[in-house]
Structure formats: structure tokens, C-alpha cells
Design a protein around this ligand. Structure first.
Ligand code: 5GP
Length: 184
């Protein structure tokens, strides 16, 4: 695998990773976004097979036991994982693969694929991150408080990745993200 063929986008929940990835895919059709499996329940508007493959805990356990996940992590009491088959197939075909995952999973990918390009998205501040989590209106106040606690810990890992980008202005961040991944 060459550098730049597997791109791992990570950072705390609510920092804007999803928007960044969707904006990139709208401009470039030669990237493949891995669809994760999760035991989390769908949020309003989320579509099975598009946002995630929503599965049960026992299905998730079975996937782990059968070695079907390239990485997985527990995040805020739910499990999230990257299906192996998808990624290995695409990489073999020479397609550039994007993973949008949490910090624990991103670390595992960097261990398995040292040549993967790791990009960490930082919020301008913790206050702004909390404001964005509240504004997107998808989580309860309890879930937001929990995600903020996790974020404080996750932010300490930013130096472990190849690049960090502060997501202040979404358009500017998209441009920087685009130039990083097109340059490799
Ligand atoms: P959410 O519940 O907000 O959709 O996702 C919670 C966190 O799990 C986010 O940081 C998201 O990037 C991460 N995540 C999504 N899919 C995966 C995955 O396949 N593996 C890992 N490790 N984390 C994931």
C-alpha cells in the first residue's frame, strides 16, 4: 500500500469530520468512504447502509470473532467498527479509501498500516466544540456532557497523527484537507 491510499480522519465527535468528508466526496468521486458498523441506534434521518450499517451487539461480537473488522472501538457505550472486506478489496483495486473514525480506532489503523495518512481535526476551542454538539441537535444533554469528557482525552492524542487541522472555518478546512490528501 502506498502512502495516501488509506486516509484516516479522526478527532472528537462534533468537530466536523463528517461534514468535511461529505464535502470532499461531493467534489471528488475517486475516493471511497468506508461505511462503519455500529451498535448505536440510528438518529433521526440516518439511513442504514449509508450513514452506518446498524447492527445488534451480538452481530457485532460475531464480526469480531470472525475477524471481519479491521479495527473497532467502544465509544460512549456503543461499538463502532470498520469492515475489513470493504477496505482490503478497494485498496487492492487501487482506490483511495477514507476512514472517519474515533481516536482509539485511528491509532489501531496506524499500527496495522503505518503508511496510512492520519489527519486529526481539532476544534478552535472546547467551548466551540460543545456549542457545535448542541447546535447539531442530535444528542441529549447527557450524551453531550459525556462526549465532551471523551473529547478532552482525545485531544491529547492529536500529536500522534501526520497532520492536524483546526476546523475554524469549514470552507478553509476543506481546502486544506483537500490539498493534503491530493498531495500524497
Ligand atoms: P457518532 O455516534 O457521532 O456517529 O460517532 C461517534 C464516534 O465514533 C465518532 O468520533 C466517529 O468518528 C466514530 N466512529 C464512526 N465509525 C467508526 C468506526 O468504524 N470505528 C471507530 N473506531 N470509530 C468510529
Amino acid at each position: 500500500m502506498s502512502s495516501g491510499q488509506l486516509i484516516v480522519l479522526t478527532g472528537p465527535s462534533g468537530v466536523g469530520k463528517g461534514t468535511l468528508v461529505r464535502s470532499l466526496l461531493a467534489r471528488h468521486n475517486d475516493f471511497y468512504l468506508s461505511i462503519s458498523v455500529t451498535t448505536r441506534l440510528p438518529r433521526r434521518g440516518e439511513v442504514d447502509g449509508k450513514d452506518y450499517h446498524f447492527i445488534t451487539s451480538s452481530q457485532f461480537k460475531e464480526m469480531i470473532n470472525q475477524g471481519k473488522l479491521l479495527e473497532w472501538a467502544k465509544y460512549a457505550d456503543n461499538c463502532y467498527g470498520t469492515p475489513r472486506f470493504d477496505i482490503e478489496e478497494k485498496i487492492k483495486l487501487g482506490t483511495k479509501v477514507l476512514l472517519e473514525i474515533d481516536v482509539v480506532g485511528a491509532r489501531k489503523i496506524k499500527q496495522t498500516f503505518p503508511y496510512a495518512l492520519g489527519i486529526f481535526i481539532l476544534p478552535p476551542s472546547l467551548e466551540e466544540l460543545e456549542r457545535r454538539l448542541i447546535k447539531r441537535g442530535k444528542d441529549s444533554q447527557e450524551a453531550i456532557t459525556y462526549r465532551m469528557e471523551l473529547a478532552k482525552e482525545e485531544l491529547t492524542a492529536s500529536g500522534e497523527f501526520n497532520y492536524t487541522l483546526i476546523n475554524d472555518d469549514p470552507n478553509q478546512t476543506l481546502q486544506k484537507f483537500e490539498s493534503l490528501i491530493l498531495a500524497v
